[in-house]
Write a protein that binds this ligand. Structure first.
Ligand code: CP
Length: 316
């Protein structure tokens, strides 16, 4: 449509802290409303995933339909990019049909910029080689609904400093009154550039971000104990002994109880490797928010697609 140029969410840093909070509150409101808002009626959403996905792809497609949009999904081998058509020509063509393009790739955010060069089409990063911004929106929306606030929350992220951890750190570092501790084996923490950026943003905002490699020395009192698969999307690690180094970070019931504040919840972006990164009794336990969080993939997708595709935030 006409009017203002479309918004994009390629990095979580494309959103201000206020915009992150708006999108989380909106996701909770959409979940709780009696009827789905029809804010994308007449719009078309494309979902182009070059990598496997259970939650994100389904959440965006079903969510777009619930908002009244028409949807089209492309698998990894279906577009002419596979026969050599340039990304620029592909983007230019798709921008003539689509209002919103949701992409998952193996490349960096920089590659997605080519798709975001057209004022008629919003681009949403559904996982690139360096970020998972919509996962951070999912995670913070789930926490916001459960606790009724983000301010004052203390989050422990255990495991690999992967893309989920990176986007969570870059989001939380700008939300005053929050604290994130990333506990990862030495050599498997956050990308040093991401950590440096998160520390810089936290110093300015009044949030706290920390990284440790000492699983045994973790203090108690966390409201959220979060982990993620140690090996995302089948990316292998050169060290044949790497699993031994991750073992102390496995979320057993004993570890969860040791570090939790009263009323704490367990979170996981999923997919999990059961009884490797988290024990069954934690993932399936009464303190697990992971399955609500999986549902929030859809509610937060609806929130972010609406914000990009319909500009609801301008009016509200
Ligand atoms: N958490 C997440 O991104 O799940 P999928 O890979 O299944 O989309």
């Amino acid at each position: 449509g006409g009017g203002a140029p479309r918004r994009h969410v390629l990095s979580i840093l494309d959103l201000s802290a206020d915009e992150v909070l708006y999108l989380c509150r909106r996701a909770v409101a959409i979940k709780r409303s009696d009827a789905d808002p029809q804010t994308l009626r007449g719009r078309t959403v494309g979902v182009y995933f070059r990598k496997t996905s259970t939650r994100t792809r389904t959440g965006f497609l079903v969510g777009a339909g619930r908002l009244g949009a028409t949807t089209v999904a492309f698998g990894s081998t279906e577009l002419q990019t596979n026969t050599g058509e340039s990304l620029g020509d592909t983007a230019r063509t798709l921008a003539g049909y689509l209002d919103v393009l949701v992409m998952r790739t193996n490349e960096s955010v920089a590659e997605m910029q080519a798709f975001a060069a057209h004022p008629s089409m919003s681009v949403i990063n559904a996982l690139s080689s360096d970020e998972h911004p919509t996962q951070a929106l999912t995670d913070l929306s789930s926490m916001l609904e459960h606790f009724g606030r983000l301010e004052g929350l203390s989050v422990l992220y255990l495991g690999e400093g992967n893309r989920t951890a990176a986007s969570l750190a870059l989001a939380m570092s700008r939300i005053p009154g929050t604290r994130l501790v990333v506990a990862a084996p030495e050599g498997y923490g956050l990308d040093p550039r991401v950590l440096a950026k998160a520390l810089e943003l936290a110093a300015a905002s009044g949030a706290v971000v920390q990284q440790t490699h000492d699983a045994d020395g973790l203090e108690a009192g966390f409201d959220v104990v979060y982990t993620s698969r140690w090996q995302e999307m089948g990316v292998s690690k050169p060290d044949p002994e790497w699993k031994t180094r991750f073992a102390p970070f496995r979320v057993t019931r004993a570890l969860a109880e040791r570090v939790s504040a009263p009323g704490a919840v367990f979170m996981h972006d999923l997919p999990a490797v059961r009884n490797e990164d988290v024990d069954d009794e934690v993932l399936d336990g009464e303190r697990s928010l992971a399955w609500v969080q999986a549902q929030y993939k859809m509610w937060s997708a609806m929130s972010v697609m609406e914000w990009c595709g319909a500009g609801v935030a301008d009016e509200g």
